[in-house]
Structures are given as C-alpha cells and as structure tokens.
Design a protein around this ligand. Structure first.
Ligand code: UP5
Ligand code: MG
Length: 224
C-alpha cells in the first residue's frame, strides 16, 4: 500500500440528526469508507469482547465510552482499510475524544526523525511554529472536513423514537440524556472546528435527498 495521506471527514450532529443515512449516500456517490463509531461499539458488544458490558452500560446511559476504547476501534479500521477516504460518523463526541484521536494520528518522535529530510526543507517555517503544530503539519492529525447536521431536537426525538431497530438507547429516557450530552460535550468540538474554518453546517430537516443536495457540493468541490 502507498503511504498516501488519509482524507478524514468527521460527521457530527445530534442523535437522530441523520448522520448514518447521509453517510450511506456519500459512500454511494463519492466512494468513502464509512466508520460509524456507534456501530463499531455495538459490534464490540455483540462480539462479547472484554469491554462489551462496559460499552453496553455506557450506551444505555447515553454517556461517552472512554476515548482509548473508541479510538482503538477506529484506528484499527483505518489501518486495515485500502480506501483512505474516511467518513468518521459520530466521533469525536467530546474534546477529550478529539484530543485522543489527534494523538494517535500524530506520529511518535522516532517516526518524526524519519521525516527529518522534510523538516530540513521547511526549516525556516518551523522556526515560527511550535513543535506541536509541526507534528500536525507533517502527519495530518486534523480532519480535512467536518460536516455538522443541524437538526431541531423535536425532529431528532421523533426520528429516534420511530426507528424501531431495537437499539437499547432508542427510548425517551436515554434520548433525553443523549441530547444533554450532545449539547454539553459534542457542541464544543463543533465550535473548535468552526473556529478553524472546517465545519460545513447542513440543515438536517427535509427529505433525505433534499439534505443530500446540500452535502453533494461539498465533496464535489473536493474532487474537482
Ligand atoms: N431519518 C434519517 N434522515 C431522515 C430524514 N431526512 N427525514 C426523516 N427521517 C430521517 O437517522 C435516524 C432515524 O431517522 C433513522 O430511522 C432514519 O431512517 C431516519 P440516522 O441516519 O440513523 O441518524 P444518526 O444521526 O446516525 O442517529 P444515531 O442515533 O445513530 O446517532 P447517535 O449519535 O445518537 O448514535 P451513535 O450510534 O453515533 O452513538 C450511540 C451511542 O454510542 C452514543 O450515545 C454513545 O453512548 C456511544 N458512542 C460513544 O460513546 N462514543 C462514540 O464515539 C460514538 C458513540
Ligand atoms: Mg448513526
């Protein structure tokens, strides 16, 4: 495999905002690899792995699974994928998640020394930058894009409660908790990337196709 730099899109939005549905459309049209953090965690529960019961309890409470667990699952999928265009759906859910992901994607110092020739080329630039920024430049820890599906709470509740796919968290009590956790912990991540000009905010009301017509041009312009 080539050492091609991955293209990373974070897909964020409240519970039931349509992240998974729109990711399927993006996969069909633009050929991304879809990694739903929630699906990876549910797969861990189903496979009866060592963290299964802890994950189940966390999801039932609408809380966030420890970063190290989720990051490891995502990292494993990214490393084993030939497709390096990723849609990371439902992650990072908190500032702590975001920082944990940046760390795995930021190479260790020994890897960095292997990039020494690159460092020489950019020496003048480096002097003006902190070491941390430098590592990001060289290894691409940041997402290329962040999609934010902005949906009114009433609509999200309606969608989640009528989904009927047996998810342990699709009940009114857990849904209320999920909405609170979204506002308290995921919103700051969206704000962080907004300040960096990475967020494309999409109004997530309307039909699936109407919403996708807002999404399409974002990726179409990347391909051009
Ligand atoms: N639907 C979709 N689009 C519609 C439209 N335009 N009009 C009408 N209906 C529409 O859609 C939800 C439902 O609405 C579906 O029935 C769909 O057909 C319909 P979906 O596309 O599934 O929305 P999505 O945003 O993906 O909703 P989901 O419930 O998956 O979002 P969550 O973010 O809540 O769930 P996730 O699976 O990401 O996480 C679940 C839990 O896992 C979290 O609460 C947390 O406990 C845990 N978790 C972590 O701890 N860490 C992580 O990194 C990720 C998850
Ligand atoms: Mg989903």
């Amino acid at each position: 495999a080539t050492q091609e730099k991955p293209f990373i899109t974070f897909v964020l939005g409240g519970p039931g905002s349509g992240k998974g549905t729109q990711c399927e459309k993006i996969v069909e049209t633009f050929g991304f690899k879809h990694l739903s953090a929630g699906d990876l965690l549910r797969r861990e529960i189903a496979s009866k792995s060592e963290y299964g019961s802890m994950i189940l309890n966390t999801i039932r409470e609408g809380k966030i699974v420890p970063s190290q667990v989720t990051v490891k699952l995502i990292q494993r999928e990214m490393e084993s994928s030939d497709n390096k265009k990723f849609l990371i759906d439902g992650f990072p859910r908190s500032e702590e998640n975001r920082i944990a992901f940046e760390k795995i994607n930021t190479k260790t110092l020994s890897d960095l020394s292997a990039l020494c020739s690159k460092v020489k080329e950019t020496e003048c630039y480096i002097k003006e930058k902190s070491r941390r920024d430098l590592m990001k430049i060289l290894t691409g820890a940041e997402p290329n894009l962040v999609l934010f599906f902005d949906c009114p709470e009433k609509e999200m509740v309606k969608r989640v409660l009528s989904r009927n796919q047996g998810r342990v968290d699709d009940n009114i009590d857990t849904m209320k908790k999920r909405l609170k956790v979204f506002e308290a912990l995921n919103r700051p991540v969206i704000n962080y990337y907004s300040e960096r000009g990475k967020v494309f905010k999409i109004s997530a009301v309307g039909t699936v196709d109407e919403i996708f017509e807002q999404v399409r041009p974002i990726f179409a312009s990347c391909e051009a």
